[in-house]
Write a protein that binds this ligand. Structure first.
Ligand SMILES: [Mg+2]
Length: 361
């Protein structure tokens, strides 16, 4: 019996309407758009993956991801073994294009898990009986203190116990916004994400103001520019909260730079930044070895990419509430099968691989 080979890589675009517009400093989004990819082997088994559009962080577009998947990534995979030995071919097929690599890498893992007859979490854990669900935080859209307070109270009523507040667009008003959320949702754990928006001195000033008001924060994410590791290390030393690197860490080289600079206490690993499950596992292992905290996050992506990230969390046993709320914003999942949301709880399907059976019409 010959071992199965990859015979096809296919793509299709999927548009997911949101029930609540997602507003950041850079845009207002009423739907998520993504490229869904499938990898098929010579036995007719199919694995599913997703390449989210990420204009503002990695620059990945739907058109670019489709072209990379149908071009160099398909060229590298077709004819190769339909197992994880081919994961390195994806990473080497093209420079950049992390979303496209994410899609192909997830699809390859999904294919292998389906062939083995195990869930994605059990496949990644290398054994059965992993968790069947996990909980996520919820990001509040940018807004005025009043709007944020209303949103925080609403999300607390929805059952969320950890809220992530977007800051960094207006340092003068940031402390006021955070205080408004604390008052509106007093039972919630708070995280801040400045998305590179502060200068180092602004970050220190805002965070010291919050500390003076006895505001408890689990961490502060990406206070300064992606490459300003010196500034991030300065912020880390001059205020009391833990610093989490997001935009500063795409890949292993970035992580090594952050560790050397002493710039962060923890990192946010996203499949769309690093290029899939395979590089994410490596990042998480290196971070753990160096004593850094770990969080798994997402872009504005669908239940497919989130399902893969959630399975990775379950398999690696990362503690705490993750940053995987993107699917919650969707009016409904665009797939038959896959994960489901129940408030902050992400439930895994009782199925092989990611449990995706198809894209709904
Ligand atoms: Mg972030």
């Amino acid at each position: 019996m010959t071992s199965p080979r990859v015979v096809a890589v296919r793509t299709q675009r999927v548009r997911v309407p949101l029930h609540t517009p997602f507003v950041t400093a850079l845009r207002r989004t009423e739907f998520a758009e993504t490229v869904v990819a499938t990898v098929e082997d010579s036995d007719g088994c199919v694995g599913w993956g997703e390449a989210p559009q990420v204009w503002k962080v990695t620059g990945d577009s739907l058109a670019g991801s489709s072209a990379a998947l149908e071009g160099p990534i398909a060229d590298a995979l077709i004819g190769a073994a339909a197992d994880l030995s081919s994961a390195r071919l994806i990473q080497g097929a093209v420079v950049g294009n992390r979303s496209a690599k994410m899609a192909a890498d997830i699809a390859l893992h999904d294919l292998v898990a389906r062939r083995a007859g195990v869930s994605m979490a059990d496949h990644l854990a290398g054994g059965p009986d992993g968790p069947t669900h996990l909980t996520t935080d919820m990001t509040l859209s940018v807004g005025t203190p009043t709007e944020l307070a209303e949103a925080a109270a609403a999300r607390a009523r929805d059952g969320f116990t950890t809220l992530k507040i977007k800051v960094g667009t207006d340092a003068a008003g940031d402390a006021e916004r955070v205080l408004a959320v604390r008052e509106a949702a007093p039972g919630c754990v708070l995280r801040l994400d400045a998305n590179t928006g502060w200068r180092a001195d602004e970050a220190v000033a805002v965070l010291r103001t919050l500390a003076d008001q006895d505001v408890e924060l689990e961490f502060v994410e990406q206070p300064v520019a992606r490459r300003d590791l010196e500034g991030m290390a300065y912020v880390r030393r001059h205020q009391p909260y833990r610093i989490l690197a997001d935009e500063s860490v795409f890949d292993l080289e970035d992580l090594v730079d952050v560790i050397r600079a002493g710039a962060a206490d923890a990192i946010n690993v996203k499949l769309a930044k690093c290029g899939g499950i395979t590089p994410a596992i490596e990042l998480l292992e290196v971070a753990k070895r160096h004593g850094l905290g770990r969080l798994v996050g997402c872009m504005m992506e669908s239940h497919l990419g989130i399902g893969a990230a959630a399975a990775l969390v379950a398999a690696t046993g990362i503690p705490g509430e993750q940053d995987l709320d993107a699917g919650w914003w969707a009016k409904s999942s665009p797939y038959a099968g896959g994960i489901t949301y129940d408030g902050p709880c992400i439930d895994f399907p009782h199925a092989n691989g990611l449990g995706i059976e198809g894209v709904l019409p």
